[in-house]
Design a protein around this ligand. Structure first.
Ligand SMILES: Nc1ncnc2c1ncn2[C@@H]1O[C@H](COP(=O)(O)OP(=O)(O)OP(=O)(O)O)[C@@H](O)[C@H]1O
Ligand SMILES: Cc1ncc(CO)c(N)n1
Length: 227
């Protein structure tokens, strides 16, 4: 059966834990086809962010046009958008689709991933047209968002692990995938939380990198490993 298409508009993370890598593997794990629009390139490892390069606006527009014209995604998920122009672009082009906005402002490591003008564009333009927003507690406070039908405020969970780099990206991508597969927001949010929790359990003993290792986005248990 042809899978539904979900597009992520986000940044890359060279460590493979967060951003577009997390989004695409999560889409694949949950049975939707993932398309991607790269809005920024970051140099990151498991300990922090070393460099950020926003992709030129016209290149972001060209990627988004290509996906919207040809693949007709049922759902759109946004991560790191990097500039206020791109935040407004997504608001203009994607308001008529299922739209999951993960308002990425600050990485778990504390690195600032969005400036004040980006935050203002989220508030004024993108959040009002989102199907659901998935801020963490710091982002909700910065954006004046309160939990409700269209806002899921994310916070850690019961799995004891330090391999949690990319949990927010993985969670919001799982939510978008389940919306694309037909679930309502509340059900999709529950399924996304269960998915992240399961994957965090699988990767909790991994030793990748010197800092906070990645979520095991897609991996199934190997023989003898209990989730
Ligand atoms: N330790 C955990 N155990 C179980 N579930 C978790 C855990 N940590 C996160 N989750 C799930 O993932 C969701 C997103 O996590 P969180 O709010 O920590 O992301 P975040 O701070 O945006 O992450 P990041 O910025 O690293 O991508 C939580 O709401 C929860 O459902
Ligand atoms: C590219 C990218 N997007 C989002 C986050 C948030 O975790 C991150 N660290 N890096």
């Amino acid at each position: 059966m042809t899978p539904p298409v979900v597009v992520t508009i986000a940044g890359t993370d060279s460590s493979g834990g967060a951003g577009i890598a997390a989004d695409l593997v999560t889409f694949a794990a949950l049975g939707v086809h993932g398309a991607c629009v790269v809005a920024a390139v970051t140099a990151q490892d498991t300990t922090g962010v070393r460099a950020i390069h926003p992709v030129p606006y016209d290149v972001v527009v060209a990627q988004l046009d290509a996906v919207l014209d040809d693949l007709d995604p049922v759902a759109v998920k946004t991560g790191m958008l990097a500039t206020p122009e791109v935040v407004r672009l997504v608001a203009e082009r994607c308001a008529d689709r299922l739209l999951v906005v993960d308002p990425v402002l600050v990485a778990t490591s504390g690195a600032v991933l969005a400036t004040d003008d980006v935050r203002e564009a989220y508030r004024a333009d993108l959040l009002p047209v989102a199907t659901v927003a998935t801020p963490n507690e710091a982002e909700a406070a910065a954006l004046g968002l309160i939990a409700g039908p269209g806002v899921v405020v994310t916070r850690g969970g019961p799995v004891p692990t330090t391999n949690d780099h990319g949990t927010g990206c993985t969670y919001s991508s799982a939510l978008a995938a389940h919306l694309a597969l037909g679930a309502d927001v509340a059900t999709a949010a529950e399924r996304a939380a269960a998915y992240v929790s399961h994957q965090l359990t699988l990767g909790k003993h991994w030793t990748l990198g010197r800092g906070r290792g990645p979520v095991a986005h897609v991996h199934a248990p190997t023989q003898g490993e209990n989730p």
